[in-house]
Design a protein around this ligand. Structure first.
Ligand SMILES: [Zn+2]
Length: 122
């Protein structure tokens, strides 16, 4: 094929699928539900919509929040199949939550640690 490793190819496909979620309606359902109204953005000094973080209860401008998959797109126990990845990636609104970037990075780190633990135990 391209000379890419399997891992590189998999992360390429995951990235392409993730891009597709920018047009996935449940993502906007969840974002809209997290809206807490316009407030002054502390950084820019401008009035901007703020969103509620499901983890820390804080409110943040759009730039500082992400729509997170409550269940990771690739399970911590490892890749199952592309069908599984696709159904997890394009899940309904109740499988998604708005997190601030800080909470999201903590969650991602915890999931990655679980992945490493799982690999070790294999
Ligand atoms: Zn948070």
């Amino acid at each position: 094929m391209t000379g890419w490793t399997k891992a590189k190819f998999e992360s390429f496909i995951k990235g392409a699928l993730r891009k597709g979620t920018t047009r996935w309606p449940p993502k906007y359902e969840v974002l809209n539900a997290a809206k807490r109204g316009k407030q002054i953005n502390k950084e820019s000094g401008r009035l901007a919509e703020h969103y509620h973080c499901a983890q820390c209860d804080g409110v943040f401008p759009a730039k500082l929040v992400v729509v997170d998959h409550i269940e990771p797109v690739v399970p911590v126990t490892g890749f199952v199949s592309w069908d599984d990845v696709i159904s997890r990636m394009f899940c309904s609104a109740d499988g998604l939550q708005v997190l601030c970037k800080n909470c999201h990075s903590i969650k991602t780190k915890a999931e990655n640690a679980q992945r490493r633990e799982h690999k070790k135990s294999k």
